[in-house]
Design a protein around this ligand. Structure first.
Ligand code: CO8
Length: 259
């Protein structure tokens, strides 16, 4: 197991790897080191066939309070241009297995953007989401302006980004930013439960489903439907598809092998 400073990575259990953001002294601010470690842990998870899904979580009171403002303070325009962080974000974006987030407390700035990099989000009812960058004279820089508007629509995205106001978990759920609200004590277990369930599904179908769904963010309906059709066709060539259909016919549980 790799020795990380800013994150805790558990042993994979039932196909699920749990990554905990762990910089309590800085409200899990996403400094370069943390993002580098997160990208590394996800790369490792991608290479490990035993890992079928990942859960990302923070503490009971903070998911992540954004980019590390103290670290950011020392960067001028050239420093920002040469910043390695966008390449770490890119690796998180490209991670092909499902990521479920369990969010308690603050998910602000880059923390809210990290939430939007996750595929399913479960939040405790103490969670607060926001893009307060405007208060610092900057704007979201890890996809927030683009993903927020595609996820919650123009008026609400503008409200969050331009005013810096926070929204509650209940509101975030109503807007479709997250999928479920629980009591804070239950958010991680619920996220794990979902991840474990996904881990039992045929992995190639899960992967192609994620890819197809995410494509909807960035393409026309026609080319999205094309990708869906091609993926659907490709799945007809997998053993797991034959196994799934045979198991249904024979009224038994399927035994998926990832082939
Ligand atoms: N960066 C660094 N340290 C932080 C951050 C942060 N984002 N947030 C909190 N901390 C630290 C505080 O400095 C403090 O440490 P210390 O006691 O040593 O000074 C500790 O965490 C606790 O913070 P507070 O005392 O402020 O705690 P409160 O409970 O009073 O308030 C808040 C909690 C509301 C979360 C408050 O800390 C806050 O407003 N934090 C900043 C939130 C913010 O502005 N986030 C956006 C940051 S900018 C950004 O995310 C841009 C992303 C671009 C990514 C681009 C990649 C290339």
């Amino acid at each position: 197991m790799h020795n990380y400073q800013d994150i805790d990575v558990g042993e994979a259990q039932s196909g699920v790897l749990t990554i905990k953001l762990n910089r309590p002294e800085a409200y899990n601010a996403l400094r370069t080191q943390l993002l580098k470690e997160l990208a590394h842990a996800l790369d490792q998870a991608n290479d490990d066939d035993a890992i079928k899904a990942v859960v990302i979580t923070g503490s009971d009171t903070v998911f992540a309070a954004g980019a590390d403002i103290k670290e950011m303070a020392s960067l001028d325009a050239v420093g920002v241009m040469n910043d390695p962080r966008p390449s770490y974000w890119r690796r998180i974006t490209l991670f092909p297995k499902p990521i479920v987030a369990a969010v308690n407390g603050f998910a602000l700035g880059g923390g809210c953007e990290l939430v939007m990099h996750c595929d399913i989000v479960i939040a405790g009812d103490n969670a607060l989401f926001g893009q307060p960058e405007i208060n610092l004279g900057i704007i979201p820089g890890a996809g927030g302006t683009q993903r927020l508007i595609r996820t919650i629509g123009k008026s609400m995205a503008m409200q969050l980004v331009l005013s810096g106001e926070f929204i509650t978990a209940e509101k975030a759920q109503a807007l479709g930013l997250i999928s479920e609200v629980t009591i804070p004590e239950r958010s991680l277990e619920r996220a794990m439960e979902l991840a474990r369930k996904i881990a039992t599904k045929p992995p190639i179908a899960v992967r192609l489903a994620k890819e197809s769904l995410l494509k909807a963010y960035e393409t026309t309906l026609e080319s999205g439907l094309n990708l869906e059709r091609k993926s659907f066709t490709l799945l007809a060539a997998t053993q797991d598809r034959n196994e799934g259909i045979a198991a249904f016919m024979e009224k038994r549980k399927p035994n998926f092998t990832g082939k």
